[in-house]
Design a protein around this ligand. Structure first.
Ligand code: C5P
Length: 218
């Protein structure tokens, strides 16, 4: 069975909201509730642990833990809490991705179960051409056919994730996604194709778009 770690402790400064981003109203509900609903619809997920900002209580049916300064430290705090029980699989999801669906979650869980890998992560092929710059000039154009924009959910065999987080505080603090810690530890990460619609809400424009798309789902 699986435990889901929902990270919701970010301040969301780029969104310019009054409160923490995960609790901003999106299509009529606090943003994190859309993710909780999708996670609850998946039978393998037994528990949801939410990394929270200060002064906020956990939504009903979830367990709250105080988040950390960086995202990866919020994941680590939730993972430590989850260690009290013996789930085989750990799923990590950003509360800032309210457009996640049960189908995306199941695809990640199925890939982890059926492939020989340590992690399975949702990702969408990159649509734009990506160039690398030295700050002033273009250094190179990357081969777009090999590039993926990484999302969450990311699912892990529990032992592999715990080992990855044991690489030390500096490595953990620097990680912008959890799968990169697995890669650094020499583990295998599989990509799970997911729709671009499962984007992360970062700016006010993203929030408007997420609101429209969620309302259109009906
Ligand atoms: O800041 P960013 O948009 O990358 O955050 C992605 C997710 O990580 C969000 O759901 C946010 O609430 C969460 N986060 C966290 N703790 C932090 C920073 C971000 O739980 N210190």
């Amino acid at each position: 069975m699986a435990v889901a770690l929902l990270v919701a402790a970010g301040r969301g400064e780029r969104l310019g909201s009054d409160g923490p981003k995960a609790f901003v109203i999106c299509a009529g509900r606090p943003m994190l509730e859309w993710s909780i609903e999708a996670l609850r619809a998946v039978a393998e997920i037994e528990r949801i642990v939410v990394a929270l900002p200060p002064g906020v209580t956990a939504p009903p049916g979830t367990v709250g833990v105080p988040g950390g300064e960086q995202r990866s430290q919020s994941v680590q705090a939730a993972l430590r809490h989850a260690a009290a029980q013996d789930d085989d699989v750990v799923l990590v999801h950003d509360a800032a991705r309210p457009l996640v669906t049960p189908a995306i979650v199941r695809d990640c869980l199925d890939t982890l179960a059926s492939e020989d890998c340590d992690a399975a992560i949702a990702a969408a092929p990159v649509a734009d051409t990506i160039k690398e710059s030295d700050g002033e000039e273009v250094v190179r154009t990357l081969d777009r056919t090999r590039l993926w924009a990484v999302q969450t959910p990311q699912v892990f065999h529990r032992a592999a994730l715990e080992q990855a987080f044991a690489q030390g505080a500096a490595a953990v603090a620097a990680a912008t996604d959890d799968a990169s810690l697995i890669e650094a530890a020499g583990g295998t990460v599989r990509l799970v194709p997911a729709p671009r619609e499962n984007f992360k809400v970062t700016t006010p424009e993203d929030l408007r778009l997420a609101d429209l798309l969620l309302r259109a789902r009906g």
